[in-house]
Design a protein around this ligand. Structure first.
Ligand code: NAX
Ligand code: ADP
Ligand code: K
Length: 520
């Protein structure tokens, strides 16, 4: 800002914002646009964009939420023929009930708009939206017009993705300079809609990001690949200690993730019944029946372990878990293994990848699960710092944290994954990558990436897999990098089951290779 004439960055932002609005409207002339303007520069962007649309013939009404309004922006809007409705501090959104206490003129302008520009607050917002901002946000959400958020949907914390109160649910978000963390991490991410990242020339001046995402090419580069002289041992042997007589499926699913994740060999150890089922579904796995009280000394050599899914949490499970962890090998610790760790921190070792969902992390940190869901980034960072290991927090946005490294956000998730047993597949997959030589951080990030991609492939079915995967691999990541727009692929999808994931992994891996090749 110091190098450029005053207002240059804002003009770049407003021009790009107006262009997105115009494209969204299709026909600008005669369209109705409501601009919600807060008291800061976010409101300034919105007002300048409103002025540009008004000059192209749109009927623009600006609703000023604060009596301190961006002066030049307001002047530009007025000069272009825009109308202005100023709220007073007494105007409120009428609590959660809607817009009862907002002036009729404001309510009408928003309700009848073809397009609503949300310029209430951007990166300067703090805490829950206050009135009348909150009431305007609710009004916009209830209105039939398309909502375009400026920089950040108002009410979403740009730095964390937290949504402490009312917030705008946008159809599109036009963000400037860099993708904000809050646009990628839930609950904020689910307020964004299609994402446009606009380059306004500040990239070279930005600091190192605290949160990063892997691209398809990054993942393809990291995945272990067999060389000509590889053999099954060199490719990595993964040991799976999971399942019980009660939870047999966990064994089958974790082994499936490991087999399809590219392990040279999978050794499964557990009670007789899950062993029988594993052999039936995955005859390539080498199995060992564990009698009650056995440890893993008879399982054979492995390079990494998957420990925990469905194994139970009684004293025998505890002793078995300890025998695995005492090998000192890299280990994915999941599900019941995490419950054991929450009870007995002496199980903690270096070289662990913990894969909790919010409930499991809640037991590990002694924090209510709802708080973890609401402040995912803070809690995954805290868990990694407190436990000194890699933590992959599952759920609507998967995050991977390790002390001293940026948090990685996984861009490939889909809510179709919210079904029982998918976490077991993830644990097996991460174990295969650990055995293949990745460190716990990369194994966690790459496993989450492939797991999400496999879910898209499975949900879209053979006819839509390529299109669905391309939407994830190119559009989303291009947008984050400022080179395109992210939205969902328009591919019909159907529910998936956990079993579908190992079967979809080969196709997901093949599709992953194509954009990597293109970039080369
Ligand atoms: N910094 C830059 O380089 C650029 C910034 N730009 C815009 O400027 C924005 C940041 O502007 P500001 O720093 O002025 O901040 P904002 O405009 O984002 O927010 C500050 C305003 O919101 C009010 N506010 C904050 N929290 C609130 C809450 N919880 N409830 C109700 N009101 C609340 C404040 O009282 C103040 O009026 C960016 O998001 C972006 O839109 C762009 O013009 C491009 C260049
Ligand atoms: N709303 C959601 N959006 C995206 N992914 C989700 C969502 N809910 C759950 N998931 C993913 O589904 C998987 C569920 O794992 P987990 O909770 O361990 O279930 P289970 O123990 O039944 O296998 C994880 O990979 C998680 O990230
Ligand atoms: K905004």
């Amino acid at each position: 800002m110091a190098r450029l004439p005053e207002g240059t960055l804002m003009q770049r932002a407003a021009a790009a914002l107006a262009a997105v609005c115009a494209r969204t409207l299709g026909r600008v002339y005669g369209s109705r646009v409501a601009v919600l303007a807060g008291g800061g520069d976010n409101g300034g962007d919105a007002l300048f964009a409103g002025a540009r649309l008004a000059r192209r013939g749109a009927r623009v009404t600006a609703i000023l939420a604060s009596f301190r309004t961006h002066r030049a922006g307001l002047a530009a809007l007025r000069a272009a023929g825009g109308r202005v409705v100023a709220l007073t501090p007494a105007d409120s959104g009428g609590g959660s009930g809607g817009a009862a206490a907002l002036p009729e003129e404001a309510v009408r302008a928003v309700a009848s708009a073809d397009l609503i520009v949300d310029g209430l607050v951007g990166i300067g917002g703090s805490g829950a939206l206050r009135e009348p901002y909150a009431g305007l946000a609710r009004l916009a959400n209830d209105a039939p017009g398309i909502v375009v958020a400026v920089d950040v949907p108002s009410g979403v914390d740009a730095s964390t993705g937290c949504v402490p109160g009312a917030a705008v649910r946008a159809d599109r978000t036009v963000t400037f300079g860099a993708c904000k963390i809050g646009l990628l991490v839930d609950p904020g991410a689910s307020h964004v809609g299609a994402l446009h990242v606009i380059d306004i020339g500040i990239g070279p001046y930005l600091p190192e990001p605290g949160v990063t995402a892997l691209t398809a090419a990054d993942v393809a580069d990291r995945l272990p690949r067999p060389a000509a002289e590889s053999d099954k041992y060199r490719r990595g042997v993964v040991g799976v200690v999971a399942g019980s007589d009660r939870f047999t499926g966990a064994a089958v699913l974790a082994v499936g993730g490991a087999v399809r994740g590219g392990a040279g060999m999978v050794r499964y150890a557990g009670p007789a019944e899950p062993v029988r089922l594993v052999r039936a579904r995955w005859p390539e796995a080498v199995t060992t029946i564990l009698e009650p009280g056995d440890d893993v000394s008879g399982v054979g050599r492995v390079q990494a372990w998957v420990l925990g899914p469905g194994m139970g949490t009684d004293d025998r499970a505890h002793a078995l878990a300890r025998s695995v962890l005492d090998t000192g090998l890299p280990t994915v610790l999941d599900a019941d293994g995490l419950t054991l760790l929450a009870r007995d921190r002496s199980l903690l070792r270096p070289n662990l990848l913990l894969t909790p969902h919010a409930g499991e992390l809640s037991r590990l940190l002694g924090v209510p699960a709802a708080d973890i869901e609401a402040r995912r980034l803070e809690h995954v960072r805290r868990a990694a710092a407190e436990l000194g290991v890699t933590v992959l927090l599952k759920g609507s946005t998967t995050l991977v944290a390790e002390p001293g490294r940026p948090v990685r956000v996984n861009p490939t998730g889909t809510p179709w994954l919210a079904t029982a047993g998918t976490g077991d597949v993830l644990a097996g997959l991460a174990g295969a990558l650990l055995a293949g030589g990745l460190d716990t951080y990369d194994a966690g990030c790459c496993a989450a990436f492939l797991h999400g991609l496999a879910a898209h492939v499975a949900a879209a079915g053979p006819g839509g897999a390529t299109e669905a995967a391309e939407a994830v691999l190119t559009t989303m990541l291009d947008a984050v990098a400022g080179a395109g727009t992210a939205g969902r692929a328009d591919v019909p999808t159907a529910p998936i089951s956990a079993q579908d994931l190992p079967d979809a992994l080969p196709e997901a891996l093949r599709l992953l290779e194509s954009p990597a090749k293109m970039e080369e």
